[in-house]
Design a protein around this ligand. Sequence first.
Ligand SMILES: CC(C)(COP(=O)(O)OP(=O)(O)OC[C@H]1O[C@@H](n2cnc3c(N)ncnc32)[C@H](O)[C@@H]1OP(=O)(O)O)[C@@H](O)C(=O)NCCC(=O)NCCS
Length: 162
Amino acid sequence: METGKRVQDSYTEMTELLLPQHANAIGTAFGGTILSWIDICAAIAAQRHCGTIAVTAAIDEMQFLAPICVGDVVRLRGWINAAFGTSMEVQVEVLRERASESSLTPCANAILVFVNRDSSGRPVKVPLLHAVTPEEKSREIAAKERKRARLERARNPVCPVG
Ligand SMILES: CC(C)(COP(=O)(O)OP(=O)(O)OC[C@H]1O[C@@H](n2cnc3c(N)ncnc32)[C@H](O)[C@@H]1OP(=O)(O)O)[C@@H](O)C(=O)NCCC(=O)NCCS
């Protein structure tokens, strides 16, 4: 019998400090740096779910909601929203922690897809996900709907390759 994993098994938290080398010319975060941290956080969550190194297949729903400045602490939280056949959807939220502010500010939110592969690169099945809380269940339903839309977009890309 397939045992599966819970959402909390994949839960990943990372903390970074935004330094000048992570910033753009106006002292706020360079988007590519934040995206790189998001990809790492999501990769760890995916690895915790499937127990192997999974590859990023897609990044979508990436939004920058509020600026992060040099000196801010950056918190990333990632978890699995849904496990499909050989792929899984991972969500990462990015929050700003600033000494002068009493609460964390949401700064970015991303949805990524990772594919589990064997040593020769062939996609292999991911463990089932047991969504337990109402929030986890509604995220899983939304992820399934996004998968349908995403694969449709992959079939009809806005920017075709070649
Ligand atoms: C992602 C990748 C493994 C898919 O390989 P593939 O041979 O096309 O695989 P398949 O068509 O058998 O699909 C495998 C899974 O990937 C999913 N998938 C394929 N293309 C996808 C896309 N564009 N977006 C989201 N999911 C995708 C499929 O839905 C399937 O998932 P499922 O089994 O849960 O339904 C392959 O395209 C790849 O290796 N890409 C490069 C990944 C990489 O290097 N990432 C590093 C970041 S630059």
